[in-house]
Design a protein around this ligand. Structure first.
Ligand SMILES: *Cc1c(COP(=O)(O)O)cnc(C)c1O
Length: 297
């Protein structure tokens, strides 16, 4: 399949699965997560999809692009009222809007209510019926789509490593992994609510989370991480995103140097996409006069 080798030495073989190449705008795991939600919305004859996301959300961008491609009206409820005046400076929101997504900016307090019956009723009164996708797009159908990330061709790997946000992607991977395979998830954010969420979508226990590589929390980056991403690209010509896959790959390479994996281990990294987020992070780095990610514009 589309695995690319990173290195094989006497101890470890490391491959990466380029799910980021699935689609130019509906990137990586977001493509997987939307697949069965889109077909279900079509079966239900829905014309509108409403969802939630933050300022640089890969999910918002993917839903906007999928809506355009499949003929849905899309509504994105965005966290942060102040962003309404910054659309033109925000490449992710600008792209979503250009795809035809209607953006609704709400306060953080309002945003926090997003999954309550009251909030959904509020939006239904305003827009009429819609197909609802939660923040990050994780639901049963999303997990079903993510079960297609691993295929027969991946049967030989001992470990599968992936980035974790809401836990939908790793849940799909856990469900389709073979009994001899272990899954390690690298959360991109702090917090301990994740294991519970993953358990709700999965049965087997062949997985663990490694929480040592969030670099300060969600969407936080350090000069060391940026340097790593630029070096990794220079060496392997594989672009990683700074919010999810970059932290995961950093973590796996660090674990290898610490001899976490025994000799002969075959590891598969899942590149879940997210490269569009680089533009937003680079804007922030530029404002702080810090080095930029140099392989994406
Ligand atoms: C959204 C996202 C994730 C996290 O996926 P979850 O299913 O929410 O855990 C991982 N990688 C990338 C690139 C993403 O955009």
């Amino acid at each position: 399949m589309n695995q690319k080798i990173i290195f094989v030495d006497s101890k470890i073989s490391l491959f990466i699965k380029r799910d980021d190449l699935l689609h130019p705008h509906i990137s990586g795991n977001k493509f997987r997560k939307l697949k069965y939600n889109i077909t279900t919305a079509q079966e239900q004859n829905q014309s509108r999809i409403l969802t939630f996301g933050g300022a640089f959300s890969n999910h918002i961008v993917a839903v906007a692009a999928a809506g355009k491609q499949h003929g849905f009206q899309t509504i994105g409820v965005i966290r942060g009222e102040e962003l309404v005046s910054q659309i033109d400076d925000n490449p992710s929101l600008k792209f979503a809007q250009d795809c035809g997504m209607h953006l609704e900016f709400v306060s953080r307090a309002h945003y926090r209510q997003k999954n309550t019956a009251e909030a959904l009723e509020f939006w239904q009164k305003k827009y009429g019926p819609f197909y609802f996708l939660p923040e990050g797009g994780t639901n049963e159908l999303a997990v079903k789509g993510c079960q297609e990330i691993l295929t027969q061709a991946d049967a030989d790997f001992d470990y599968i490593c992936c980035a974790v946000g809401t836990g939908g992607t790793i849940s799909g991977i856990i469900n389709s992994a073979l009994p001899h395979q272990k899954i390690i998830g690298f959360p991109a954010l702090k917090g301990d609510f994740l294991p519970e969420d993953i358990r709700n979508f999965t049965r087997s226990k062949n997985w663990k989370l490694c929480s040592d590589y969030h670099f300060g929390g969600y969407a936080k980056v350090t000069p060391e991480l940026i340097q790593f991403l630029n070096d990794f690209y220079a060496q392997h010509h594989i672009p990683l995103d700074p919010i999810y896959t970059g932290k995961m790959v950093y973590g796996v390479l660090d674990l290898i140097t610490k001899n976490y994996f025994k000799k002969g281990t075959k590891i598969l990294l899942i590149h879940s996409g997210g490269l569009q987020g680089i533009r937003g992070i680079n804007k922030i780095l530029h404002q702080k006069h810090q080095p930029l990610i140099n392989y994406y514009d």
